[in-house]
Write a protein that binds this ligand. Structure first.
Ligand SMILES: [Zn+2]
Length: 538
C-alpha cells in the first residue's frame, strides 16, 4: 500500500512536472543580452556600419563570431557570408532632354524639368529618338485583369507613365486597393515592368499627391552617386522622371493634345497610345565596383531540414557623414542595431528551446539604406529554395518607450502571416492593427519586401501606437520626436541608462513565438487572393 502510494505520488509529480513544462515552455528572449548587442553595434567603434568601410568589416565579423558562439552553423555552404557585388554609378545626364515631333522640338532642362539615371554599368548610355508611348500607369496586374503594355512591341520605345496606381483618389475602394498603395504604384515596379517589356526607357510623370513627395525629393534622390547590385535581370537604358509641368508641355505637343490622360489611364480597357513624339537624352557614367556581405547563419531542423523560416534585419547604416552638433558618426542604434541585435537574441532563444522540425535562418543583410540591396541580391540569388521557405520575419528599427498594447502590421491584409501575428499578440494581451499610413507604401521600404517579391510570405510589424502604461498621445510624441531629431541622424544613439528595452523585448518575443510555431508545423502560410505577391508563390 505504501509503495503504491509512493508510486502514485511519483507519477503525479512527473505529470505535474510535465504540465509545468508544457505551460512554461516559453523561452524568454533575453533583454540584457539584447541591450549589450545594441550598445556594442551602435558604439562609435563600429563607425556607423557603412558598407565597404572598416565599419562593415567589424560588423559582419562581430555577427559571425556571435552566431558561432551560439553554436549556429554557416548558412551559405561553409561560409557565414554571402558576397553582394555592388556597383556605384555616378551618372551625369546631358543638360537637356530633347522632345521632337512633326512640329519641331523643345528641351527639358536637367533637374529643373527632368532627371535621368541608368542601372546599366556602362560609360555612355543614351536614348536616340526613342518613340514615346503613353502606357497609363505602366501596370501588368493579372489579378485585376489589367495590362497597360498590351499590343505593342516595345523594342526601341520609351514608355511614359503615371505614378501610383489607378485606385488612388478614385473614390473606388475596389479599384486596386483604393487609396492604399499596391506595389504597382511604386516607381521601382514601374521601371522593372518596363524593362521586362523590353522598352528602351521609361519616363514617370511626377505628381506630388500620388507620389507622396515633392519634385525636390526626385531632384535630390535621382542625382549624384547611386549604389546598385550587379544583376542579371533586364534593365532599361534610361530611367527618368519629368515634372508635371513638363508632362503638360509634352502632352500638348502630342497626339493626345486636349485629352485628359489621367482619366484615360484609369480605364480598365486602357491600351497604349502612341504620342507621335520622340525623346533623346544621354548619360555619362562613372563606375566603381565593390563587394559587400550578407551574414547568414543556420539552425538546422530535425525533420523538415529543407524547409526554412528566415529572420532578417539589415546590419548597415550611414557610417560617417555630415556632422550635426559636432557628431559625425551615424550610429543607427534604433536603425538598425536594434533589429540586428534582435537576430542574435532570437537565435539564442531558439538554441535554448527544444529542437525545431524546420530549419531557422538568420540573415543580417547589407545595403538596406541604399535601396534594400542586400535582400534584393538574396532574392535574385537565394541560398534556400524560395518555394521551401515558409516565411520571412523582418526586423527593422524597433523603438518604443515601453511595452506596447498594439502590434502594428505594415502590409496587413497580404497573407496569413497576419493570423500568426494575431494569435501571438493575443497571447501577450495585445491586439493587431493595420499600418495607419498604408497609402505611403511602407510595405515596400524594408527588406521583407524582397522576400515578398519572390513569393515568400513576410511579417513586418512592431508595437507603435498604444502603450500598456502610456497613452496614444504620449506614444505619438515619442515617435514624432524620433522622426524629427534622431531618424537618420548622428543622434540615433544608444543610452543604456535611459533606454527602456521592455517594448522591444516584447516584440522580439512575439517574433520568436511566431517563428517557433511555424518551425514545428507542416503548414505553409498563404498569400490572400487580393495580394499582388500571390502569383509569385506559384
Ligand atoms: Zn534607415
Amino acid at each position: 500500500m505504501k509503495n503504491y502510494l509512493k508510486l502514485l505520488i511519483l507519477v503525479l509529480c512527473i505529470s505535474c512536472e510535465n504540465d509545468k513544462k508544457a505551460s512554461t515552455n516559453i523561452v524568454e528572449v533575453n533583454q540584457t543580452t539584447m541591450g549589450n548587442h545594441i550598445e556594442r553595434l551602435a558604439s562609435d567603434e563600429f563607425l556607423g556600419r557603412k558598407p565597404f568601410t572598416e565599419g562593415e568589416v567589424k560588423t559582419v565579423n562581430y555577427l559571425k563570431d556571435e552566431f558561432e558562439k551560439l553554436g549556429l552553423l554557416p548558412g551559405n555552404g561553409d561560409s557565414f557570408f554571402q558576397d553582394v557585388p555592388m556597383v556605384e554609378i555616378t551618372g551625369t545626364p546631358s543638360e537637356n532632354m530633347v522632345i521632337s515631333g512633326k512640329n519641331g522640338s523643345f528641351n527639358f532642362e536637367s533637374l529643373k524639368d527632368f532627371v535621368a539615371t541608368t542601372n546599366k554599368a556602362e560609360a555612355n548610355i543614351s536614348l536616340e529618338n526613342s518613340e514615346l508611348v503613353f502606357a497609363g500607369y505602366g501596370i501588368v496586374a493579372p489579378e485585376y485583369g489589367w495590362n497597360d503594355y498590351e499590343g505593342i512591341n516595345w523594342k526601341g520605345k520609351t514608355a511614359v507613365v503615371l505614378i501610383n496606381d489607378p485606385g488612388f483618389k478614385s473614390g473606388d475602394s475596389t479599384l486596386f486597393k483604393g487609396n492604399e498603395m499596391t506595389y504597382y504604384g511604386r516607381w521601382t515596379y514601374k521601371y522593372e515592368e518596363a524593362a521586362r517589356q523590353g522598352a528602351d526607357g521609361l519616363i514617370i510623370i511626377h505628381d506630388t499627391e500620388p507620389a507622396s513627395y515633392g519634385w525636390n525629393v526626385v531632384e535630390s534622390g535621382w542625382s549624384g552617386a547611386r549604389l546598385i547590385i550587379e544583376s542579371d535581370l533586364p534593365l532599361l537604358n534610361v530611367e527618368s522622371w519629368i515634372s508635371s509641368e513638363s508632362a503638360k508641355k509634352m502632352f500638348d505637343a502630342s497626339a493626345m493634345k486636349d485629352q485628359d490622360y489621367k482619366t484615360i489611364a484609369r480605364n480598365k480597357r486602357f491600351k497604349p497610345i502612341l504620342l507621335d513624339l520622340n525623346v533623346s537624352v544621354d548619360i555619362k557614367n562613372k563606375i566603381k565596383k565593390d563587394v559587400s556581405k550578407n551574414v547568414v547563419a543556420l539552425i538546422p531542423g530535425t525533420e523538415s531540414k529543407d524547409e526554412y523560416i528566415i529572420y532578417s534585419a539589415h546590419w548597415d547604416h550611414f557610417g560617417i557623414g555630415k556632422a550635426i552638433e559636432g557628431d559625425s558618426i551615424y550610429n543607427g542604434a534604433v536603425d538598425n542595431a536594434s533589429g540586428t541585435a534582435g537576430l542574435l537574441v532570437i537565435a539564442e532563444a531558439f538554441k535554448k528551446s527544444n529542437d525545431t522540425k524546420r530549419s531557422i535562418v538568420f540573415m543580417a543583410v547589407t545595403g538596406e539604406e541604399q535601396g534594400l540591396l542586400g535582400s534584393a541580391y538574396y532574392a535574385e540569388y537565394p541560398i534556400f529554395i524560395p518555394k521551401k521557405t515558409v516565411a520571412n520575419i523582418n526586423i527593422d528599427a524597433l523603438d518604443s518607450p515601453g511595452k506596447m498594447k498594439d502590434l502594428t502590421i505594415t502590409g496587413y491584409g497580404q497573407s496569413e502571416m497576419d493570423e500568426y501575428a494575431k494569435e501571438a499578440a493575443e497571447k501577450q494581451n495585445r491586439y493587431i492593427i493595420p499600418d495607419p499610413e498604408a497609402e505611403k507604401g511602407y510595405f515596400f521600404r524594408s527588406d521583407h519586401f524582397n522576400f515578398a517579391k519572390i513569393g515568400i510570405p513576410a511579417l513586418y510589424a512592431s508595437g507603435a501606437y498604444e502603450g500598456f502604461d502610456k497613452s496614444i498621445e504620449d506614444i505619438k510624441k515619442y515617435n514624432d520626436n524620433y522622426r524629427m531629431y534622431k531618424y537618420h541622424q548622428p543622434s540615433d544613439e544608444y543610452n543604456s541608462e535611459t533606454t527602456d528595452l521592455s517594448g522591444i523585448q516584447l516584440d522580439l518575443q512575439l517574433f520568436f513565438n511566431v517563428g517557433l510555431k511555424l518551425a514545428n508545423e507542416d503548414y505553409f502560410p498563404k498569400w490572400y487572393d487580393s495580394s499582388e505577391f500571390k502569383a509569385a508563390r506559384k
